[in-house]
Design a protein around this ligand. Structure first.
Ligand code: NAD
Length: 260
């Protein structure tokens, strides 16, 4: 019997089979969870539906997380078809390409607001609208990156958005904890995805990661999926408000040891 047998998981952020959200979906499904999907409308039919149906999903609905109305309507649909939410996964982010290049100081007011809205506020909005469907034992999980903690070249406004996201995880954990709902984040090492392709210099960052990370290898969506199972199951029953690094230990390094 799987660790998540019969649990119902709603997953936001699958764009294609390279998506971290897809790695999480497969891992949760592998432990017996019933998985439903939401993504932006343009990706649903061509990209998300075939993947979702390959693991038996029937709930596959569009939602732009910038719209409270769309989020509300989506939660209503989930309630009508699935009832409660045991697991909510938020694995999405967006910033304009021009804001993931050059100097952070040049970030426009619009670009800043957009990145923060899609990448950080959306977690708050999803948690709020999902709240009536959450229950003691439910888990919320989001995805963040080291650029929230330290300056990473070209990550720029997304680093600021991830810092806001991580703080939101703590405040949401405090709000929802008395209701028995846990809220955590996984800070993943670099993974080659559509979103990552938008970051100038990502290839270089990805390429040199394994030289620095104590475990000497890049991480995969499967690695993230395994930690997601832990954070979404009763195995982590006393863990909330945490940011768990799934990065081969990269974040503990100050000055790399070097050869010899
Ligand atoms: P991805 O491109 O596969 O997924 C990003 C998703 O965000 C897409 O499905 C996209 O549709 C969705 N999205 C963007 N704007 C949206 C909106 N307005 N409404 C609804 N959905 C929207 O890339 P990914 O790398 O798997 O990203 C998933 C999460 O993981 C993101 O939060 C990202 O910042 C985080 N993360 C990625 C890496 C990495 O190296 N790839 C590392 C650490 C954290």
């Amino acid at each position: 019997m799987g660790l998540l047998e019969g649990r119902k998981a709603l997953i936001f952020g699958v764009a294609n089979d390279h998506s971290i959200a897809w790695g999480i979906a497969r891992a949760l499904h592998g432990e017996g969870a019933i998985v439903g999907f939401s993504s932006v409308e343009s990706l649903i039919e061509r990209r998300v539906r075939p993947l979702a149906e390959s693991i038996g999903a029937t709930f596959i609905e569009p939602c732009d997380v910038q719209s409270d109305e769309q989020i509300r309507a989506l939660m209503e649909k989930w309630k009508a078809t699935n009832g409660k939410i045991d697991i909510l996964v938020h694995a999405l982010a967006f910033a304009r390409k021009e804001d993931l290049d050059g100097s952070f100081v040049d970030t426009s007011r619009d670009g800043f607001a957009l990145a923060l809205d899609v990448s950080a506020y959306s977690l708050v909005a999803l948690a709020r609208e999902a709240r009536p469907l959450l229950h003691p034992g439910s888990a919320i999980l989001t995805l963040t990156y080291y650029g929230a903690e330290k300056v990473v070249a070209n990550y720029n406004v997304m680093g600021v958005a991830k810092a806001a996201l991580e703080a939101s995880v703590r405040y949401l954990a405090a709000d929802l904890g008395p209701e028995g709902v846990r809220v955590n984040a996984i800070s993943a090492g670099p993974v080659r995805t559509l979103a990552a392709a938008g970051i100038t210099g990502f290839k270089k960052l990805y390429g040199s990661f394994a030289e620095v990370a104590p475990l000497r290898s890049n991480i995969s969506p499967e690695d993230v999926g395994k930690s997601a199972v832990w954070l979404c199951s009763d195995l982590s029953s006393a863990v909330t408000g945490a940011v768990i690094h799934v990065d081969g230990g990269f974040n503990v390094m100050g000055v790399p040891l070097g050869e010899g």
